[in-house]
Design a protein around this ligand. Sequence first.
Ligand code: 5GP
Ligand code: ZN
Length: 138
Amino acid sequence: MQENCIFCKIIAGDIPSAVVYENEDFKAIMDIAPAARGHVILLAKKHCADIYSLDEDVAAKALGVVRKIAKAVKEELKADGLNILQNNGEAAGQTVFHFHIHLIPRYNDDKVNIGWEHLKYAEGEAAKIASAISARIN
Ligand code: 5GP
Ligand code: ZN
């Protein structure tokens, strides 16, 4: 547990939250300021700031838990769609520096804005970046 981390306090039960799911590695709660009704955030129990510092075994388990919760959210909220979102760093919109994954139910014609302008690569640029990234993966 990290001092002054709001999610660590929620995980410890020192700050109340509406709990959706809990196991030894994760606690899923309702987001206090949701993008849509039914917006859930899945918190890793062990404090780490972001994806880069997440334990490999916790990372491997995360998608299985997200999948379970996604199905339940979709069914209960009768959502037409669902975004899985995970922000790392201020530039990416992260505001709480304790690893978490958003599950945001979506509806046809809702006003939730998770979009971007599509850029274009110059000839050969994508391949060059791909091989540079590839060389760093271990
Ligand atoms: P981020 O912007 O870091 O990806 O997401 C942080 C999320 O945590 C935001 O959507 C915000 O509404 C939510 N949040 C911040 N403080 C609290 C809190 O005290 N309780 C709950 N349930 N959610 C919180
Ligand atoms: Zn924390």
